[in-house]
Design a protein around this ligand. Sequence first.
Ligand code: ZN
Length: 77
Amino acid sequence: MSPQWIVVIVLIAAVYFIFIKKKPAIKQNKKDSTDKKTQPQSNDMIECAECGIYCEVDDTILSNNKHYCSQECLKKA
Ligand SMILES: [Zn+2]
């Protein structure tokens, strides 16, 4: 077998490995992106118990199992 054939075989093998390794990597990236979309539940919008404005859960004040958008609404309630 001549050295040129070895180079050709190595190149073909390299191309095969790149394609075989890339496909699962793309699937994993897609799974990661979907997980990121489903994970952040803290950014869910919730209605203020007093004025009805929708706020992010992180920005609301929780009192007596009710969410309020601000201290003013909490005082009114
Ligand atoms: Zn409010």
